[in-house]
Design a protein around this ligand. Structure first.
Ligand code: X8Z
Ligand code: ZN
Length: 633
């Protein structure tokens, strides 16, 4: 998350920044901007350390410390924002003006000024975050009680194609958020109070203001981009639905033309890669089973570790398996790192490997949702936090997280207030752009798939593989904040939280629950970014931007031929241009940064459409004669 950690880091640092001392009597605006940066720096590490601990050791003590640090930080931010008003209209450098403009936006959690309500907000936010991290689905009572965590539930959805087993797992995970609802209602009231005190209509309006353009213009931009990609998504939805109908029958394989929520191999229907067996266009052409390779490599490590032990005790056996899991996770991370260093970027500091969390710990609860952290102002301490399993999704997530990490490393010499993405979608797009370069040829070159085959069938297979991750995601990337924008502006009141959620799921994704989901549930809370309060439109934007970045870097690498065939792996010129973009951070409006890389200053999905043109034509052919679409669109 932009880094939700980074964001969090920025906000905490920002906040923690307010010195108790009064401002110098004749401080100029430029001096004030410098003081903002200095106070950010002074309090940066207490914020990141407290947040890191509360996510990697979930308990009441770490919650207390994280809440307290957050409370102080948000209080300091409020004070700085108040002070900044003194400088409105005064002469100052362009950089200072930008620092002051970014100040209010340095948190996603605007806080009330009233100290009691500020404390309440900080406490609720930490509690929601930890509740998600510790979330478990339990059945049975007493000694017969059996619980599953998100990793185990996700594994069922990923690999078990039995209708009932998937439904049970999906419903099971959605029990974890029922108790969050009360806290969330209050959370909304409190952040809205904070947003209004800063001059915004509500928290959603504040979030929409972070894009170097008026908030309303920004909202309209997201509509425009969605209109560009919707026809492609609708073809994919139709094809997938029909395959599910073939597999489960018309009664159970669809709901009013929509895809049943528990049948996509993913808890939130945001990534359909796990349906590969069902959806692969040409089963006989080029195998692209990266997960199978990673699993095999992992099994070999386990066998090797076990072979070294004679008559191991169960404890020794568990230890050997754990060691092998760690080796696998590190090998996957080193592979991702080598893509970046292959572009000419620096190696990760050794401390990254020492301090990151790669596996789910065996002795405590943690937030497993992947994230990347800049722990200190000079980015000498950067970390990743994941619970890595040997599969393709986790591999691409590592490439994604390292995108955040390399952004931190690239902009570390900027003043702290510019040490963030050109906008948050840029931050999310860095690693994903690299994932687009993971073509069958690249995968073969790193030993993850066999001989890369060149044929129309192989192309369509490769395109489908990408589309199940990227195209399937797009409406999901949009709808989370469509829901939150409505929640924050009051058009979705608490008594409609769940029904509005499913209306949006229907409208954008063409996805529906198989069983009734009334207001006794709180299904949005079962998605990390809602209890974690990470804005989500960034991921939608990223899914557009990453194709623009990719195209520009392919051009820089001298690629000719169809866009989807390009990999800029190992190309120093692409690496140089990418790094230069990242170094700018948020020091200038994103439009300028985008122009420097791509030549254009608007976000635009035409590169998405260019990339997927072969698949779109193929899908249209497959869907011919089918009644595509769904009434709730
Ligand atoms: O949250 C993430 C990353 C961390 S920034 C793992 N992503 C979104 C999600 O998982 O919902 C990456 C893609 C979308
Ligand atoms: Zn991310």
């Amino acid at each position: 998350m932009r880094l939700r950690p980074r964001l969090l880091a920025a906000s905490l640092a920002a906040l923690c920044a307010l010195p108790a001392t009064a401002a110098p009597p004749r401080e100029t605006a430029d001096q004030f901007a410098a003081r903002v940066n200095a106070t950010f720096a002074e309090h940066f590490e207490e914020g990141t350390s407290a947040a890191w601990l509360s996510q990697t050791y979930i308990n009441d003590d770490t919650a207390r410390i994280a809440s307290l640090v957050s409370e102080r930080g948000l209080g300091r931010l409020n004070a700085l924002v108040e002070e900044a008003r003194r400088f409105e209209g005064q002469p100052m450098s362009a950089a200072s003006a930008r620092t002051l403009a970014l100040l209010k936006l340095s948190t996603a959690m605007p806080a009330p000024r009233d100290p009691a309500r500020l404390r309440e907000l900080a406490t609720i936010a930490t509690r929601l975050d930890q509740a998600y991290g510790a979330g478990q689905w339990c059945r049975g009572e007493g000694p017969a009680k059996v619980c599953q965590n998100i990793g185990q539930i996700s594994q069922t959805l990923a690999s078990n194609r039995d209708y009932e087993a998937q439904l049970e797992a999906w419903e099971g995970w959605h029990t974890i958020s029922v108790p969050m609802r009360r806290d969330y209602v209050r959370f909304v009231e409190l952040t809205n109070e904070g947003a209004r005190a800063m001059g915004y209509a509500d928290t959603g309006a504040m979030w929409r203001s972070g894009y170097d353009m008026p908030a309303d213009t920004f909202a309209a931009e997201t509509d425009r981009l969605w209109d560009q990609v919707r026809p492609l998504y609708e073809q994919l939805q139709c094809y997938t639905r029909e395959k599910l109908v073939e597999r489960y029958g018309r009664e159970r394989g669809q709901v009013d033309g929509m895809i049943p929520a528990h049948l996509t191999g993913n808890l939130w229907q945001q990534d359909w890669s796990n349906l590969w067996e069902l959806l692969q266009p040409y089963p006989k052409a080029a195998k692209l089973d990266v997960t199978a390779t990673l699993e095999r490599q992992h099994r070999e490590r386990v066998e090797k570790a076990l072979a070294a032990l004679k008559d191991p005790t169960p404890a020794q056996q568990a230890e050997a398996e754990r060691q092998a899991a760690m080796e696998t996770a590190i090998a996957m991370t080193r592979l991702a790192e080598s893509f970046y260093t292959g572009l000419g970027m620096p190696a990760l500091p050794e401390s990254f490997y020492e301090k990151s969390q790669f596996l789910r710990p065996r002795d405590r609860e943690v937030v497993c949702h992947a994230s990347a952290w800049q722990m200190n102002p000079d980015a000498s301490d950067v970390r990743m936090k994941m619970c890595i399993e040997p599969n393709e999704t986790d591999l691409t997530t590592i490439y994604h997280e390292l995108g955040h990490i390399y952004y931190y490393l690239a902009y570390k010499d900027q003043p702290l207030s510019f040490q963030t993405g050109a906008h948050d979608g840029f931050h999310e797009a860095i690693g994903d752009t690299i994932v687009l370069s993971m073509t069958p040829k690249y995968l073969q070159s790193v030993g993850l798939v066999g001989e890369a085959e060149v044929s129309r069938e192989a192309t369509i297979n490769a395109q489908m593989r990408m589309a199940l991750a990227k195209v399937a995601f797009m409406p999901f990337g949009l709808l989370i904040d469509r829901w939150r924008w409505g929640v924050f502006d009051g058009s979705i009141p608490p008594e409609r939280y769940n029904s509005a959620w499913w209306e949006l799921k229907a409208k954008y994704q063409g996805v529906a629950p198989a069983t009734p989901r009334g207001e006794d549930f709180f299904d949005p809370g079962a998605k990390y970014h809602v209890p974690g309060n990470t804005p989500y439109t960034r991921y939608f934007l990223s899914h557009v931007l990453q194709f623009q970045f990719y195209k520009a870097l392919c051009d820089a690498a001298g690629h000719t031929g169809p866009l989807h065939e390009c990999s800029f792996a190992g190309n120093p010129e692409a690496g140089r241009r990418y790094w230069a973009m990242m170094q700018a951070g948020a020091s200038q409006p994103w439009q300028k940064t985008l122009k420097e890389l791509t030549g254009g200053e608007r976000m635009d999905a035409s590169a998405v459409l260019e990339y997927f043109a072969p698949l779109k034509a193929w899908l249209e052919e497959q869907n011919r004669g089918k009644a595509c679409g769904w009434p709730a669109r």
